[in-house]
Design a protein around this ligand. Structure first.
Ligand code: IVH
Length: 659
């Protein structure tokens, strides 16, 4: 039965609109409509296509997950081989690369390079004919890859149809499919919960996801793409520089890494390397270096290739996040709340820019899942400020020792170790009797975001606890100069400074004080919520679980911990002593049941504020009942913008958020 013209036109219109929204959302990261509106359009199109199956086209936005599972992937031969890159591991190797280029081109002037992050995913080739995606393939050995078209189609930022008209009739676009850090963490958390295998890193997760035989599984994985080049183009002259090719890719609707830049000379490269290195941990995706490409296409042509890598490009690597080493021992560390953490003592190894000799194994379940034993060869990972961890065992000795057991007694204080049935964590039952717990409780109390006692670090706390000068946080406020002078390496000046810092810490906020107490499950945000809700300490001390769950962010478990904490007489005593010793905070005039002036309002802070730090502003907003979010969205009520505000300000202006 022929489909009426009107319906055909409606389907075409819906497709164009949905495509446009997809592009704004996934490629530009800048949506124009609310999710509900998008869903409505998509639903309408799905319905039309169900009623009139002949309307369905392969590039319809409904067809991203259409294909049935495959038995295996077909091999494809790349039209133009997919090359690899040479590496530079330090500045001198990069300078040597630049020198070779000058020599080969007989040019003295600085060379322009495009500099781009080296994305840690897997390379793919996207073939478009007449603007339609006809094939997506993995790199494979560079000559032949696997046909993963159906899986690639499920990645929302891969255009099924190129935009505009300027693209070549046949074009192969090269890019990197990757999994953003946040998506990776969520995926692994879900896999672990479901008892499945977890991925070692985002790159493996991306590769594993793209190589699923069932495209529906790939579609559930948070994959992304950045396009970084053109492998093949028919009947067209491409732009004369790589920088312009990246611009063209953007015009065709491809997602290009926003960090890509054209830089001048080797010094420009090094400056870029430093800049990206600084940003590395904050980027939402993993990178393992920077790629420099000679910008001018005619230069690239003259330089040509050696074996399987171009002479005109190089990867300048960052220190690796993962390295191999050997487990010398497994010991247990006792944390602030008594949690016993298995820690691998390692043969020291340079990873993530520092030498690492300890790595966490998290808890007994993790340790047994990974089956780490003394003598094993393992991969350790240290990314950013995250504590180094053992990722997996990669080599076992022929005769391995028995699996590591949870100790029955606390290694620090010999109290019993207990593990609640529904918890992954085992704990020392010694409480503040356990010196390890005491030291850390005091360390937490004094830390910057808690009472902020400048200069009271781990070493000093250890001395104070071991000399029995400090048993509880209250003892800090009773310290005398003569006692301090008796400590190792403590001079007049340091003692005075420490006492002054302790004195200064007395003026604080209720939120900081509550956080400093180290109540389990009460982090900074919960402490701030409690302070905002109760305004002062007394009503909080009296509150039972029923009242506490009224506080935003407080559930029954947290409420139980708070009640439990204040029910303990020694905790009450410490709190009372602290107040008597002069700890004070401004009292916010209010009752437990009324609301703060900023109740329910969402703030975003950006730029440099003139009268306070962003941290202080955040505390103040939370005290007054508001919420502070990290990114601007339609839900934002106010953007507080200081000097040098950037993209958040632009976004807020665009969304009409009050500034
Ligand atoms: S260009 C001839 N640009 O690195 C140029 N590659 O070692 C070859 N990669 O297989 C690729 N980010 O998977 C290029 N911005 C980038 C890249 C990048 C990551 C990967 C790609 C390639 C490997 C080469």
């Amino acid at each position: 039965m022929a489909v009426p013209q009107k319906i055909k036109r409606r389907a075409a219109k819906l497709r164009a609109e949905i495509e446009q929204h997809n592009y704004r959302y996934y490629v530009l990261d800048d949506p124009e409509v609310a999710d509900t509106e998008y869903d409505r359009l998509l639903r309408e199109l799905v319905e039309l296509e169900q009623q009139h199956p002949s309307l369905v086209t392969p590039e319809s936005p409904t067809q991203r997950v259409g294909a049935a599972p495959a038995a295996q992937f077909d091999q494809v031969q790349h039209e133009v081989p997919m090359l690899s890159l040479g590496n530079a591991f330090d500045e001198s190797e990069l300078r040597a690369f630049d020198r070779r280029i000058h020599e080969r081109l007989s040019i003295e002037d600085d060379i322009d390079y495009t500099a781009e992050p080296k994305l840690d995913g897997l390379a793919v080739n996207l073939r478009y004919e007449a603007g339609l995606l006809v094939r997506g393939a993995t790199r494979g050995d560079g000559q032949h890859g696997e046909d993963v078209t159906h899986n690639i189609r499920t990645i929302p930022s891969v255009p099924l149809r190129l935009r505009g008209t300027g693209f070549p009739p046949v074009v192969e676009i090269r890019g990197e499919v990757y999994m953003p850090k946040a998506g990776f963490a969520r995926l692994n958390a879900r896999m672990a919960k479901e008892g499945g295998k977890v991925f070692v890193n985002p790159r493996n997760a991306a590769a594993g996801s793209l190589r699923q035989l069932d495209p529906k599984l790939t579609a559930e994985r948070p994959l992304q793409i950045f396009c970084y080049g053109v492998g093949f183009a028919s009947e067209t002259t491409l732009p004369a520089t790589h920088g312009e090719i990246l611009e063209a890719l953007k015009e065709w609707g491809c997602r290009v890494c926003p960090q890509a830049e054209v830089v001048s000379g080797v010094d420009g490269c090094l400056e870029y390397y430093g800049k990206i290195g600084q940003k590395r941990e904050k980027l939402p995706y993993e990178i393992d270096g920077v790629v420099y490409k000679v910008n001018r296409a005619d230069f690239q042509e003259r330089l040509g290739f050696v074996s399987r890598a171009p002479r005109w490009a190089i990867a300048h690597k960052f220190p690796a996040h993962e390295e191999m080493t050997v487990v010398n021992d497994v010991e247990f560390q006792v944390g602030r709340t008594g949690a016993l953490t298995p820690v691998a003592r390692l043969e020291p190894v340079f990873v993530g820019g520092v030498t690492v000799s300890n790595a966490t194994l998290h808890n007994m379940d993790e340790l047994h899942r990974k089956d780490v034993r003394v003598g094993d060869k393992v991969i350790v990972r240290r990314a950013g400020d995250v504590i180094p961890e053992v990722v997996k065992v990669v080599g076992k000795r022929r005769k391995r020792p028995r699996p590591v057991q949870l100790p029955k007694k606390c290694p620090e204080c010999r109290s019993a170790v207990m593990r609640a049935e529904d918890e992954a964590v085992a704990r020392c039952t010694g409480g503040l009797f356990c010196p390890a717990q005491r030291k850390q409780a005091i360390g937490h109390f004094a830390s910057r975001r808690a009472m902020d006692i400048d200069g009271l670090g781990g070493k000093l706390i250890q001395q104070l606890v071991e000399a029995e000068l400090v048993r509880t946080p209250a003892d800090l406020y009773r310290l005398e100069k003569s006692q301090l002078l008796g400590l190792e390496r403590m001079g007049e000046k340091s003692a005075d400074n420490l006492l002054a810092a302790i004195d200064r810490s007395k003026n604080t906020t209720l939120a900081r004080f509550l956080y400093a107490l180290g109540i389990r499950e009460v982090g900074e945000a919960t402490a701030a919520a409690l302070a905002a809700y109760f305004g002062s300490l007394e009503p909080l001390l009296e509150a039972d679980a029923e009242v506490l769950v009224e506080v935003p962010d407080v559930g029954p478990i947290v409420a139980g911990r708070i009640v439990g904490f204040f029910r303990e007489s020694h905790n009450r005593e410490v709190v009372e002593e602290l107040c008597q010793l002069g700890i004070t905070w401004p009292v916010v005039e209010r009752h437990a049941d009324d609301s703060g002036p900023l109740d329910g309002l969402v703030f975003v802070l950006t730029g440099t504020l003139s009268d306070m730090t962003r941290e202080q502003a955040k505390e103040r907003i939370m005290e007054l009942g508001g919420r502070v979010s990290g990114s601007v969205s339609r839900k934002t009520d106010y953007l507080v913008a200081g000097a040098k505000a950037g993209s958040k300000l632009k976004k807020a202006e665009k969304l009409g958020v009050k500034i």
